[in-house]
Design a protein around this ligand. Structure first.
Ligand code: PLP
Length: 402
């Protein structure tokens, strides 16, 4: 059953007003609409408070001193790893499945360098299947792994995860046809950063069978919708803290450790980002209390309104899946991102015009791998502080440019 966006907006409005009031930067600028949460999310007061509280009560290095501030910081790191496991629905008690990183990019590179390219996993002639039209962060690490393996004398083949034209969704049938005994790894994305679609990763598991490790880039889903590793049959989940309302320079890799060798990120990485990790723990607490299921319903209802409005304006072309909800299809649902082009006004110009009306959007190629979209496009990406009024005003502004 498709959700009813109007009913969701009516039901969730009082809850949303309470949450919006917790974003100081949003309240300070009523004349602006922040529509770039896919690039980085704004921070609620609770996260700002946690940062300040950590710095004025217990700032120290972790895992070194034995005095109380140092112990508090060490405990903060352990507690946050547990918190990440809990947030991702990992029922296993062992916290070694969580590794801090500086963001999704570093998370994916770490999997590539310290797991995929480690001697022993892949042999000459093996193949890996990776997305060529997702974020660059989920493509270049796998080419880097290929180079590292080549230096060890192991030649692997990097193949393109097939996509359907138009919707941008992965093509599970084509994947099933190309996957074979030499397929040793697949990388995919949970929610596409341009098309805003849930990429239905469970279909990838069905297509490649039970034994192939899958790494999932969840940069655009963690913090936006419930993400459960118990339900997603994948081996790695990677996310950025700053897109989930924590400070920049934070993120994590969650590793299942059941297919292939155990993931042990190598090397001495020095002092951890303790204050960032404090912000991440607070952000996950805030998101859980807000309810990721409600955040998802709210943002899906708003993007549904926006997509439907754009679809009625011939001057605009919405990229990716056309329908906003799963009314006629189980295949995809648009999440909190809508990307579009004006048929005559260039993306950069449209971005400037929109900012002159107070809308902060992203207008470029969105770091999409393959640089297929040379013209660029405008991306509107939402979070829980966005409102139906902002969507209506944006649609009115866009209609005036038709
Ligand atoms: N993956 C996706 C889908 C993204 O949208 C982004 C950032 O926009 C990244 C990875 C990279 O994240 P970060 O720059 O935080 O490492």
């Amino acid at each position: 059953m498709a959700a009813d966006p109007t009913a969701d907006i009516a039901e969730l409005a009082p809850w949303q007003r309470r949450l919006r009031a917790q974003f100081p930067i949003i309240l300070a600028h009523p004349e602006l609409a922040y529509l770039d949460s896919a690039a980085t999310a704004q921070k609620p007061q609770a996260v700002l408070d946690a940062v300040q509280s950590y710095l004025i009560t217990s700032n120290a290095n972790a895992g070194r001193g034995s005095y109380p501030w140092a112990n508090t910081t060490t405990a903060l790191l352990d507690r946050t790893r547990d918190r990440i496991k809990e947030f991702l629905g990992d029922p296993q008690p062992d916290r070694s499945s969580v590794h801090f990183t500086s963001g999704a990019t570093e998370g994916l590179r770490t999997i590539a360098r310290d797991w995929l390219a480690e001697p022993g996993l892949l042999s000459d002639g093996d193949e890996i299947i990776v997305p060529f039209t997702d974020h660059q962060a989920n493509l270049s690490p796998w080419w880097e792994a290929r180079e590292l393996l080549a230096r060890q004398g192991v030649r692997i083949r990097v193949r393109e995860l097939p996509c359907q034209s138009g919707s941008g969704d992965y093509d599970a049938a084509a994947l099933a046809a190309m996957a074979g005994p030499r397929t040793r790894f697949v990388a995919a994305t949970h929610v596409h950063h341009v098309y805003g679609a849930d990429m239905n990763v469970h279909r990838i598991r069905e297509a490649v069978g039970p034994d192939v490790p899958i790494a999932l880039d969840a940069a655009q889903s963690v913090g936006h919708l419930p993400v459960s590793v118990a339900r997603l049959d994948v081996d790695f989940v990677v996310f950025s803290g700053h897109k989930a309302m924590a400070l920049p320079g934070t993120g994590a890799v969650w590793a299942r450790g059941q297919r292939g060798p155990v993931f042990r990120p190598g090397g001495w990485s020095g002092t951890p980002n303790t204050v960032g990790i404090a912000s991440l723990a607070a952000a996950l607490d805030w998101l859980d209390a807000a309810g990721t299921e409600r955040i998802e319903r709210w943002t899906v209802a708003l993007t549904s309104r926006l997509t439907d409005g754009l679809d009625r304006m011939p001057a605009y072309e919405v990229l990716g899946c056309r329908s906003s909800l799963a009314a006629e299809s189980e295949v995809q649902r648009r999440r909190s991102i809508v990307t579009f082009r004006h048929r005559e006004i260039g993306a950069q110009d449209l971005g400037f015009i929109l900012f002159s009306h107070g809308f902060m959007v992203r207008s470029d190629g969105h770091c999409q791998a393959g640089a297929r979209d040379k013209e660029g496009s405008v991306r509107v990406s939402l979070h829980v502080h966005n409102t139906p009024e902002e969507m209506e005003e944006l649609l009115t502004t866009l209609a005036n440019l038709e």
